[in-house]
Design a protein around this ligand. Sequence first.
Ligand code: SF4
Length: 333
Amino acid sequence: MNKPLIKLEQINTWFPDNKPVFGKPTSWIKAVNDVSLNIIEGECLGLVGESGCGKSTMGRTILRLAPLYSGKIKFMGDDISKSDDKGLKPYRAKMQMVFQDPKASLNPKMTIFKILSEATALNLRVAKENYLEQAVKLLDLVDLRPEHIYRYPHEFSGGQQQRICVARALATDPKFIVFDEATSALDVSVQAQVINLMKDLQNKLDLTYLFISHDLSIMEHVCSRVAVMYAGQIIEVQDSGSLFDTPRHPYTKALKNAVPIADPESGKELGILKGEVPKLSDPPSGCHFHPRCDYKENICVEKSPKVRKTGKNSQVKCHFHEELWKRGVLRYT
Ligand code: SF4
């Protein structure tokens, strides 16, 4: 399993940060900044980082739902970076997304049958007269009962609503699904059920996933490989086992060691890192992590580190990754 399903080559997703002067913006919000990465067929790649680091924009950019400023996106070998809506049509069905809030992403006025049929309309292999059969099959795949088919979204729990969203994503026979914080709004026990379902479906249907989350601890159970994002850039990619035992980047270690604090709104615990999350419109010079890094040197302030390969499918972006690795200071104790 080493064939890339998706290849990202120096992709940039920038949004204007001010009113254009003579038709051109003078500053930009660099939500995705010079990212090169492969997503391998059959893997579940995690994308982790603090809120506001550009993770969701990256997921949307890959699906061509956010505007690509520059760079190349290849899906199954085809360059889709410059395709317009018509050109993207054959790929849309193959790439799907499941969002954080299932309630907000299901139309409250539509029955589950209508919701699933609307998505099935994009699947040219299913004839209209077979939509009911297809909807029942989809509900079965996500462990919901067929008699629920004429109910409305509000008649389901949050976990069941997220299963319906997964069923809708499967309606088009996709090859690739982006889960954008798809389990974050669920209770821990329901979260585990949805994750188990995702894993079963991945094996059963040969799917490739991008699993976006701010929660590093969940990645260990879900993902085979994890990419760590900071201020619009990918700063480390490793197999999840290695990433948790022996990270190569100081930010990854800081994320894992983040002090858990109670969040009164969600009732859950959040990991908080020291220092401020950088603004995507005005990130720090050189290595964007330098104001928060315990190991920074002068060069870190002046020069952006290059991305270095550390293995076949792993990489790191830090001037001193080898030295820190040899000193063993990044290992968890
Ligand atoms: Fe820290 Fe420098 Fe490495 Fe950035 S490049 S993570 S500042 S040591």
